[in-house]
Design a protein around this ligand. Structure first.
Ligand SMILES: [Zn+2]
Length: 287
């Protein structure tokens, strides 16, 4: 018989801790009823894997299919907000080149959005420039950024504010209970209703404020973690890179915003941004 103890942990202050009786615990019997036997289940799994393999559709391949190119789903148009798509210019011609173009332009024509295309080679080159700059100016670029993040990080004063909010929220919840209790005793309903509405408005205000504080902290924490990750990635590379690497690109870039045809803003996963310019040139752009 498979039973499972539910509510083993409770969520308080966004941290999980063991339930010591604050919240009722209960056993759910047969929370995972066995619908098929283990043998049948394993056989079915094998069959599915076999079928997927015969179609060349294993996990890795599917991922490759979804992210067909290094830049798929990572370039955003700074004018209309749509995603850039891969496009072959002068197809079959000597001047053939791979470009990335705003999808609004591709689908609805140049009247909808006309920022212009960016050559794939140029995007790769600009990424290499960003990466190599991080590598050579790491202390200045990442050091200053880490100091800034730590300065902005949750302070003790913020912690006190959260505790005060929690206290006030708890007290409002108790007041609400007291209101219901007086109503049961037969006090004027309309009077209580007005009091209750006021109370609920304040409660929502406080809870919203609390949620914003918590979200801000989570964001700060993730930026610091991403910066440490980025440092580890830089460490793993011997020197400046001379060739574009899709793995490195996917590891550190969140997205590129095309502000103008020749102005690309690289958004790193740790929150840093770099604006890169280049000059249009027939054949190969200059950067
Ligand atoms: Zn656009």
């Amino acid at each position: 018989m498979k039973s499972m103890l539910l509510q083993k942990t409770i969520t308080k202050d966004f941290k999980k801790k063991r339930n010591k009786g604050e919240v009722p615990m209960y056993y759910a019997r047969d929370s995972h009823p066995a619908i098929v036997s283990r043998e049948d289940f394993e056989k079915a799994q094998e069959l599915m894997v076999e079928r997927a393999r015969s179609k060349g559709n294993t996990e890795g391949n599917r991922e490759k299919y979804l992210q067909r190119y290094a830049f798929t789903s990572t370039i955003e148009c700074g004018h209309c907000g749509k995603t850039y798509k891969r496009h072959i210019d002068n197809c079959g011609n000597v001047a053939e080149s791979v470009c990335w173009v705003c999808s609004a332009y591709l689908i609805e024509g140049k009247n909808s959005c006309n920022v212009g295309r960016v050559k794939e080679e140029t995007i790769k080159g600009l990424f290499m420039r960003v990466f190599n700059r991080l590598k050579t100016e790491r202390v200045k670029l990442l050091g200053d950024y880490k100091v800034k993040l730590k300065r902005e990080k949750f302070t003790e004063i913020d912690q006190e504010r959260i505790e005060k909010l929690d206290e006030e929220i708890q007290s409002l919840i108790q007041q609400e209970r007291a209101l219901f209790f007086t109503e049961e005793k037969g006090t004027d309903h309309n009077l209580l209703k007005a009091d209750h509405e006021k109370l609920v408005v304040r409660l929502v205000q406080l809870q919203t404020e609390r949620a914003i504080w918590m979200a801000e902290t989570a964001k700060q924490d993730s930026r610091i973690a991403r910066t440490l990750e980025l440092e580890a990635i830089l460490d793993s590379q011997g020197g400046r890179i001379l060739e574009f690497s899709e793995d490195l690109y996917r590891a550190i870039i969140e997205k590129i915003v095309v502000k103008e045809r020749t102005v690309l803003e690289f958004h790193l996963k740790n929150g840093l941004r770099f604006e890169e310019n280049y000059t249009l040139k027939r054949g190969r752009d200059l950067f």
